[in-house]
Design a protein around this ligand. Sequence first.
Ligand code: TYD
Length: 195
Amino acid sequence: MKHFVSFEGIDGSGKSTISKLVYEHLKIKGHEVVLTYEPTDSWIGKQVQKCIETGANPFITAFTFTADRFEHGKQIQKWLDEKKIVLCDRYAESTYAYQGAQLQELIKDPVKWLKDLAKNRIPIPDKTYLFVIEPKISIKRIQNRDNLIPFERVSFLEKVHENYLKLAKGEQFMKIDATNKIEELVDICIKDILS
Ligand code: TYD
């Protein structure tokens, strides 16, 4: 049984839809479950939204996402202490993939740098589901949204996608083909959480 799992993938990969359905399913089955997400709705999360909308400096963006997670991590730990199952729609790996891509030209090994910043400061998921999809396809899925943000460009998402695939070599990850049917994707996650 997994207690803390995160859902990751590039924009348009379907992780938010899937995490919601997984949440509903577990709840119906009688489990004590929480669905949470990042960026959060806290005051720091609001600064994160500003960073995204204004295309802030990548260092400021990275620190702000990380700060939001430090606070969120405390809340997640409380839920875990209460023996709840915690599902998180985006978590630390989003920072490693997205800000890792933003910082690529600015520092050496940005993913390691970002991981070091968070080391021993946030709870680590038992499993991270990575919904893998080609950026060209995921962009098509979201192109009709009227609030597209600066990250949602194919050229940028290609870099994020590459970072995710590198990260997914770690044991914590389960790579899932995001082009499968939604019900199948939900089923894969539920089976894994309950195993
Ligand atoms: P997202 O949850 O995908 O928002 P929405 O539900 O509105 O699509 O997150 C917004 C964007 O922030 C998305 O492009 C991913 C990006 N992001 C980062 O760059 N770093 C992070 O650490 C997180 C959590 C998200």
